[in-house]
Write a protein that binds this ligand. Structure first.
Ligand code: GRG
Length: 304
């Protein structure tokens, strides 16, 4: 009876096609506006550089803050009967503001990593416009990334929660670790799925897993619930990167906001290549050469 009722209700919701993102659309605008105000700097060049990626129309998908706001909506209720309950009456706007701060911190760390990544890759396009390094030069792009990280640190400190500070600092460490793994690997390592998944967790999974866990901890949930939030973020991050890696082959500059085939052009081995290699071992020779040269890229694409 109850099961059927729940099924009936959930089908009704599915039929209405509620867009989960619309649930937090207003709050997302608030977070975006706060981000713009947080990156104001005294030195004009630094201010305009930092603002560059939070400008109206070039904010990116804001996937991470959206997921974190939805996570807060899902978790700010008592959800586990056997575990100590979250005191709903004590759930104040203060909690929600603190969780919005996690969304802002996460986006600032993410954007800082994009700014540095584009310098490392010498990329000329990001979010459909010129990358900051292309527009203002490498030095300003590196400093703008550092500035965003420092703003994230200040916001993190004001939450006065050492566990959350530690989680978010771990995510930054993992971003740096993942990127280092990507640029320093031997050919054997690059051909292992295990290595790919580890690197992918560091580069994309860790920021989401640790920020999702932070949302749960701020809501006062038990370790058990916060681990579930962590796993959700981790798996979503891994799925996001796997899809991103496929889109690098199938997308266009217009849909990606940057050039396609950028991984293969940089000699980066992603899941589609690893799967294709199982069927076509000849691909290994091209991987060993780092796909250098347009002819090798074309040959590799034939196998995909
Ligand atoms: C300064 C924190 C810091 C790190 C330095 C360069 C570096 C070390 C790490 C780079 C990590 C990196 C670029 C990971 C890829 C993450 C990723 C999936 C980016 C694309 O995210 P989207 O599609 O981008 O959400 P938008 O533009 O929509 O925000």
């Amino acid at each position: 009876g109850i099961g059927q009722q729940i099924h009936h209700q959930s089908t009704a919701v599915a039929e209405e096609q509620v867009d989960p993102f619309s649930l937090v659309a207003d709050e997302l605008s608030l977070v975006t506006n706060r981000l713009r105000s947080m990156v104001v700097a005294k030195v004009p060049k630094l201010a305009s550089a930092a603002e560059y990626f939070f400008k109206m129309g070039v904010e990116g998908k804001r996937f991470r803050p959206t997921i974190l706001l939805l996570m807060a909506t899902a978790l700010n209720v008592p959800i586990c009967r056997s575990a100590p309950q979250v005191d709903v009456d004590s759930l104040s706007t203060d909690l929600r503001t603190r969780q919005q701060s996690i969304a802002e911190i996460t986006e600032m760390i993410h954007v800082a990593s994009l700014l540095h990544d584009d310098v490392l890759d010498d990329a000329d396009t990001r979010r459909g416009i010129g990358s900051l390094n292309f527009v203002m030069g490498n030095k300003i792009a590196v400093l703008a990334g550092d500035f965003l990280l420092s703003r994230a640190c200040v916001a993190l400190a004001s939450l006065k929660n050492t566990e959350v500070v530690s989680l978010m600092a771990t995510a930054v460490k993992h971003l740096v670790t993942g990127e280092t793994m990507q640029i320093t690997t031997s050919s054997d390592e690059r051909c292992s799925m295990e290595h790919y998944m580890q690197k992918t967790y560091y580069k994309t999974g860790s920021l989401l897993s640790n920020s999702c866990k932070s949302i749960a901890l701020l809501a006062g949930h038990t370790a058990e619930v916060s681990i579930l939030a962590f796993d959700y973020g981790k798996n979503l991050g891994l799925a996001f990167q796997l899809i991103d890696d496929v889109l690098d082959f199938t997308g266009t500059s217009a849909t990606l906001g940057k050039g396609s085939l950028s991984d293969i052009r940089h000699g980066i081995v992603t899941a589609p290549i690893l799967y294709a290699m199982e069927e076509f071992p000849q691909l290994r020779t091209l991987v060993d050469r780092g796909f250098d040269g347009p002819v090798n890229v074309e040959i590799a694409l034939d196998y995909l």
